[in-house]
Design a protein around this ligand. Structure first.
Ligand SMILES: [Zn+2]
Length: 271
């Protein structure tokens, strides 16, 4: 599943090809995504100039005048830019043809992604309005997490994966950041002090930034006409390493289910 770093990598890869371009035509081959792609998109978007491509959580926002195309890659979605005469393949559900002679093409085998045409400010949309701060922004800091967590008995791992507290901390990144910060994933969120939250926030930012940097090296493949993918593998300290030695003290890594998700940690380094 594309996580925040892959979505940000996608944004960076697409932006130079789409921003400033005018949309010539929209082709919807399969409107049944997570929510239906409405006919308004094919009617309204052509003729507009793409002003910007931004990201909020795992949503991509294509700004075009007073309208926005809100896209999510779901479980299996990919966005590519290819020459307009590239034949569409299986699961190529949506094409946005640009005046550059290229198309931005959405491929999504499982169709959990979406492409919603909004005529309201995206911040007011129900999918966006309740989201917590971006993890790489200054608004996400130790004081914020500390204040949000007072009185909360939920495990800290579930707490940082809750999008109302911070967006984009996926399962792998949560385990890795908690290891980095030396915090046990089951510890109640309300029982962690400000200094440890400051460390945790730094660890989350570094883990995500490293992943985005790693993705940058695969950008060329990502946008390539061959459909090569940009998914990348981070070197992981604990995730997926049950029974293997902790990189710090060689204690066997443990696995536990927290909030229905596999969680990996070192029982000695993390308290
Ligand atoms: Zn350890």
């Amino acid at each position: 599943m594309p996580e925040l770093p892959e979505v940000e990598t996608t944004r960076r890869g697409l932006a130079p090809h789409v921003v400033g371009r005018r949309v010539v035509e929209v082709t919807v081959r399969e409107p049944r995504l997570r929510w239906p792609v409405t006919p308004q998109l094919s009617r309204d978007l052509p003729g507009r100039r793409i002003d910007n491509l931004t990201r909020r959580a795992k949503y991509l926002l294509l700004a075009a005048g007073d309208g926005h195309l809100l896209m999510h890659l779901g479980m299996s979605g990919r966005l590519r830019v290819v020459p307009a005469d590239t034949p569409a393949g299986l699961h190529d559900h949506l094409d946005i043809r640009l005046d550059s002679g290229q198309v931005m093409r959405l491929n999504d085998p499982r169709r959990f992604g979406c492409a919603l045409w909004l005529r309201q400010p995206p911040d007011e949309h129900a999918l966006i309005a309740g989201l917590g701060p971006e993890p790489l922004s200054d608004a996400f800091n130790g004081d914020w997490l500390y204040a949000r967590s007072r009185g909360r008995r939920a495990a800290v791992k579930a707490f940082i994966m809750d999008a109302a507290n911070v967006v984009g901390v996926g399962n792998i990144y949560a385990s890795e950041a908690l290891f980095e910060a030396g915090i046990h994933p089951s510890r109640p969120a309300g029982r962690i002090g400000p200094a440890r939250y400051a460390r945790l926030v730094e660890a989350i930012k570094q883990t995500l930034a490293r992943a985005i940097d790693a993705g940058g090296t695969t950008l060329r493949d990502y946008i390539g006409v061959d459909g090569g993918t940009g998914w990348f593998q981070l070197s992981l300290a604990v995730y997926g390493r049950e029974g293997r030695p902790c990189p710090r003290d060689a204690t066997p890594i443990r696995r536990r289910i927290i909030g229905q998700r596999s969680t990996f940690f070192c029982p000695r380094c993390q308290t």
